[in-house]
Design a protein around this ligand. Structure first.
Ligand code: TXA
Ligand code: MG
Length: 372
């Protein structure tokens, strides 16, 4: 890949005009959306779209979302059905991506040769201004290097993309903090492929019953086909090893304390990710505040920045609290589960094992997962 000088510019009329020109010429531009930052290219320009895959190091079989500012742009992109119109009326512009049957004009590079295409109208004013300024459908995945947590600030994008793209537009911190909800309307029944800020309950209010893809809270089983190709890949991961601690509140706090102490005693750069309410109790465990336990929206907003911060601090062992997998919490647990490769410790089991003398911190193998 040829190194380019990467400009990081605030969102002004001039920088947006430059961004629009670059996009029209087939270059890549990173821009803010209300969910996470996107890495955009002219969606109908196959060569430009290929640039996204090489800048991100993204597998070619993972399709992209096409972003628009006006529904009339969909004419050349997909077959719009009744259910889609109802969703657009309710949630666009906003953090909802809809999968629909594609039209032939869309390059295979965008859809990874599927017969469907993902479309979304973002609500972020800078994203909207850019989409209007270029008046092109823009294919844009999250602007991270493949496998890294999605960027929620222009600085995150710069860390991943410096030298790889000509321009990043800075629009401040992303509001939602997790990627859009992805719903497929291309099958028999609407199905959520990726949970996000628009929750199952919100979708069901508009559409009636909606399915949830099986692999949202667990890894894909051997031979199971991912409904959304993005789900196949290890995702959202910091470099260190994340373990989730489940159970009753006080048992979780105690388990975090013990696990941290053990990992630290073994010389690991260890930390805990905990709720605001537990920061004081875990003050000796290098706590990272993920937001209030009563506010999953706040946890969603902070999650990726926290995961990226762990890499900056070169943490190698991380223990995290979890939120109930409901509402926005489902989206949080989908991302956190993948960051942890679904490695979970049930605090009660750990507690009983330690208290009964059945295991001690010295039991060989007990902490084996953290020593790899
Ligand atoms: O919030 C977001 O959606 C951000 C911003 C930039 O809009 N974009 C984003 O894109 O998260 P990306 O590429 O990181 O995630 C798109 C997800 C992937 O899991 C991909 O596999 C899935 O959507 N997807 C795209 N087209 C699809 C299709 N035709 N069928 C099934 N899944 C599809
Ligand atoms: Mg992504």
């Amino acid at each position: 890949m040829i190194l380019t000088k990467t400009q990081l510019l605030p969102a002004t009329d001039d920088s947006l005009a430059l961004a629009a020109r670059l996009l029209a010429e087939g270059e890549l531009v990173a821009f803010p959306t209300e969910t996470v930052y996107g890495l955009g290219a002219h969606a109908m320009d196959a060569q430009a779209v290929l640039g996204i895959f090489s800048a991100k190091g993204r597998p070619a079989d993972n399709p992209l979302i096409v972003h628009i500012h006006d529904r009339s742009q969909l004419d050349g992109i997909c077959e719009v059905n009744d259910a889609a119109i109802r969703l657009m009326d309710a949630f666009w512009p906003g953090p909802l991506t809809i999968i629909l049957p594609r039209k032939d004009a869309v390059p295979d590079e965008v859809t990874a040769k599927l017969d469907t295409v993902a479309v979304r109208m973002p609500s972020h004013p800078v994203a909207m201004a850019l989409l209007k300024a270029c008046n092109l459908p823009i294919a844009a995945p999250s602007a991270n290097r493949s496998g890294k947590p999605s960027p929620t600030s222009a600085r995150h994008v710069f860390d991943d993309m410096d030298g790889r793209i000509p321009l990043i537009i800075d629009g401040g911190e992303s509001d939602v903090g997790l990627e859009s909800t992805v719903i497929s309307l291309a099958g028999e029944k609407p199905c959520i492929l990726r949970p996000g800020g628009v929750t199952k309950a919100m979708l069901e209010e508009v559409l009636g019953p909606v399915d949830l893809a099986g692999s949202i809270l667990r890894p894909l089983e051997k031979g199971e086909k991912a409904l959304s190709p993005g789900m196949m890949y290890k995702h959202y991961s910091p470099d260190g090893q994340v373990t989730l601690i489940e159970g009753e509140e006080s048992a979780v706090v105690e388990a975090l304390r013990r696990l941290y102490a053990h990992a630290a005693s073994e010389g690991h750069r260890a930390c805990v990710m905990c709720f605001t309410e537990h920061v004081a109790a875990l003050a000796d465990c290098h706590p990272h505040d993920i937001g209030s336990k009563d506010d999953p929206t706040e946890v969603a907003h902070r999650l990726f920045a926290t995961l990226r911060g762990l890499d900056d601090e070169k943490m190698d062992v991380i223990f995290s609290e979890v939120v109930p997998p409901e509402g926005v919490g489902l989206a949080v647990m989908n991302r956190l589960g993948r960051a942890a490769a679904f490695r979970t410790v049930w605090s009660m089991v750990l507690y009983i094992a330690l208290e009964s003398g059945f295991m001690s911190s010295d039991t060989p193998g007990m902490f084996a997962p953290f020593n790899q």
